[in-house]
Design a protein around this ligand. Structure first.
Ligand SMILES: Cc1ncc(COP(=O)(O)O)c(C=O)c1O
Length: 427
């Protein structure tokens, strides 16, 4: 890499406080995690530069793909390593330690520990709900056309296996109430389930979940939220969403390790979701040898020997977010996304697909331009500017998605807009 680009990247990535630490570091080497200074509203960048050091993400990369895969934070990785080593030293599985992780996750989401199951990822959480709800042939499930395969495949699978009918609505990018109305228009006496992505993957549209919950509950319909993109991006409690079940990935916006999904099922409706896969820990042992007494909690959806180090790593990632402040993170990353949105929107020939309506967007911006095909733009941003975005081929949008998270800076956002402008000028 040319020295001028390297020093630019260092500046863009770390900001002023990071620059002071930079000379001791080799190119790309992450800074050692420092203590978080007190937050100063008038001069917040040193605080966020210290937050950046909590992520051992190469400094040679400007990372805008948290919506695809979030880098794990240093405390999370350290906890995984420390726990794994401790347990391996005595060859113990440490299953009892799940209780601590469950408590942290439950507190974060404003749920009861008994409502939380550790699953591998959001796809698995969605699949457990789709397979577990009692559905007969011809029963209908509604979700949006922009659902991620991890959200749509579990229902399409039930269409094949159980003969249910899937009905799709196009997200309304102009009006939150339009989304509620589009769901209502598809409802009928056979409607059993509504699922939405809390934040849609292709364009980062934020669904009005509380209003959709009210609609569903008025009609006795199960409401499931695919929150793969919302935990760690938006501040909310699960009670506020009004959903019956919710699932998320720990390895995106929460900064947790891989394979740390979370499934929430409301305690008072838990028995409506049958556990399709069970094993040790899904039930009480005193019914053996002839009876399965299913656990009176979401632990019924867990089974067998698990990696508790990953769950504790997720808990550590959540603790870091709580130390920084979930409201503060949400405001920061929304501000960064607004900066990207505004910068891209004023470039001639750029079409921003993420809704312009403030209530309908958060920390992802999807855009395209007819001047440069999206795959070429993706390649040039990565190769020439060390910026990792995410191509969006879903629904043939042929666009690029930019995720802004707590380790990104205003300078990086401005650099992205400048890079796109430069590429467009040379096209
Ligand atoms: C809305 C949505 N649902 C589900 C998934 C799948 O997540 P996972 O890989 O954790 O199963 C994603 C991944 O991007 C997503 O954006």
């Amino acid at each position: 890499m040319k020295p001028d680009r390297r020093s630019f990247l260092r500046r863009a990535t770390l900001g002023a406080a990071g620059l002071m630490a930079a000379p001791a570091l080799k190119s790309g080497e992450p800074a050692a995690p420092g203590a978080l200074p007190a937050y100063d509203e008038r001069a917040p960048e040193p605080f966020w530069a210290a937050v950046r050091t909590q992520f051992p993400l190469s400094r040679d990369l400007i990372y805008f793909n948290t919506g695809g895969l979030g880098p794990a934070s240093q405390p999370a990785l350290a906890k995984v390593e420390e726990t794994t080593r401790k347990l391996q030293a005595r060859s113990e599985h440490g299953h009892g330690l799940f209780a601590e992780a469950r408590g942290v996750v439950a507190r974060f989401f404003g749920a009861q520990p008994e409502e939380i199951a550790f699953v591998r990822n959001a796809s698995e959480g969605n699949s457990i709900v789709a397979a577990g709800l009692k559905l007969d042939p011809g029963d209908e499930v509604i979700f949006e056309t922009h659902a991620h395969p991890g959200g749509s495949f579990p229902w399409l699978n039930q269409q094949t296996l159980r003969g249910i009918t899937v009905r799709l609505f196009e997200p309304d990018p102009r009006d939150p109430a339009g989304n509620v109305a589009r769901i209502a228009a598809l409802m009928n006496a056979r409607t059993r389930v509504v699922q939405v992505s809390h934040v849609t993957a292709p364009t980062g549209l934020v669904m009005p979940v509380a209003e959709i919950a009210a609609l569903c509950h008025g009609r006795g319909v199960w409401f499931h939220v695919d929150g793969a993109q919302s935990a760690g991006m938006l501040p909310f409690t699960l009670r506020e969403t009004g959903c019956d079940s919710y699932t998320t990935s720990g390895h995106k916006w929460l900064g947790g390790p891989l394979e740390t999904g979370v499934l929430f099922v409301r305690r008072d409706r838990m028995n409506e979701v049958a556990a399709a896969h069970v094993g040790a820990y899904s039930g009480e042992l005193d019914g053996l040898p002839g009876e399965l007494r299913i656990a009176d909690s979401a632990m019924r959806f867990e089974y067998g020997t698990r990696n508790v180090a990953a769950a504790l790593g997720l808990a550590e990632a959540i603790r870091l977010q709580e130390r920084i402040g979930t409201g503060r993170i949400a405001a920061r990353i929304r501000g960064l996304a607004d900066r990207v949105f505004a910068g891209l929107a004023r470039l001639p020939g750029v079409e921003v697909l993420t809704p312009a309506v403030p209530e309908l967007r958060a920390a992802m911006v999807t855009f395209r331009t007819a001047r440069v095909p999206h795959d070429q733009l993706f390649g040039r941003l990565l190769r020439d500017h060390a910026m990792r975005t995410r191509p969006v081929t879903e629904q043939k949008l042929n666009a690029l998605r930019v995720s802004t998270h707590l380790f990104n800076s205003p300078a990086e956002c401005d650099a992205l807009v400048a890079a796109v402008e430069k590429i467009l000028r040379s096209a």
